[in-house]
Design a protein around this ligand. Structure first.
Ligand SMILES: CC(C)(COP(=O)(O)OP(=O)(O)OC[C@H]1O[C@@H](n2cnc3c(N)ncnc32)[C@H](O)[C@@H]1OP(=O)(O)O)[C@@H](O)C(=O)NCCC(=O)NCCS
Length: 179
């Protein structure tokens, strides 16, 4: 009798993008500033990681850790008093990893204008079990044309990330040990 290995992902029902989409909102205070008096980029990155982590936990139904964060773009400064909204969603899923896309919007405290985009980022989270080992995630089901486009774009980023990691690993293996 032949025993066939089962794909664990095939047994987990997929989830639509909308099921785990999350927004965190936060008013910036004086303790969030850098020497220029605007909000420190690291404060925004923490909010981005928090929002993305909430999505990864919701989508995967358990703990998930940040594996990488890339293409973090700061488009314009955030100021004290601004109300920042961090919108995050699962763009793509692999076997145990998820790409989370994040858009950062700011409502200026002293202007009655709509929120403007001030940043964006893509993060990869790996779902982990109680031993910290990667575990299988449900497939994300893009639920709109825009989310289908995001899925395809995330797949391109994934290919480039893996190629870059592989190329650097190969280069380091060819180099003599550094002192
Ligand atoms: C992320 C982590 C769980 C990966 O564990 P691992 O033993 O290397 O497992 P794998 O190689 O099977 O990687 C698991 C998944 O993550 C992806 N992944 C791992 N490292 C990655 C990276 N640097 N960039 C993008 N994806 C990555 C893999 O492609 C794989 O995805 P897939 O299953 O969908 O194909 C492990 O490196 C870890 O625990 N890192 C620390 C995470 C952490 O503490 N974050 C908070 C920082 S304070």
């Amino acid at each position: 009798m032949t025993i066939q290995a089962q794909d664990p992902a095939a047994e987990i029902p997929g989830k639509p993008t909308s099921a785990s989409r999350t927004t965190l909102s936060h008013i910036m205070t004086g303790s969030d500033t850098n020497l220029m008096g605007t909000v420190h980029g690291g404060v925004i990155m923490k909010l981005v990681d928090d929002a993305a982590g909430a999505v990864a936990g919701r989508h995967s139904g358990g703990p998930a850790v940040t594996a990488s964060m890339d293409e973090m773009a700061f488009l314009s400064p955030v100021r004290v008093g601004d109300l920042v909204h961090v919108h995050a969603q699962c763009n793509w899923t692999g076997r145990t990893s998820m790409e989370i896309g994040v858009r950062v919007m700011a409502e200026r405290w002293n202007e009655s204008t709509p929120a403007t985009q001030v940043g964006s980022a893509y993060l990869v989270f790996a779902a982990v079990d109680s031993d910290g080992k990667p575990r299988t995630v449900p497939a994300v089901i893009p639920d709109s044309e825009r989310n289908e486009r995001r899925f395809k774009e995330a797949q391109i980023r994934r290919t480039h990330r893996l190629a870059r990691l592989r190329a650097i690993k190969e280069l380091r293996e060819q180099q003599p040990d550094e002192a």
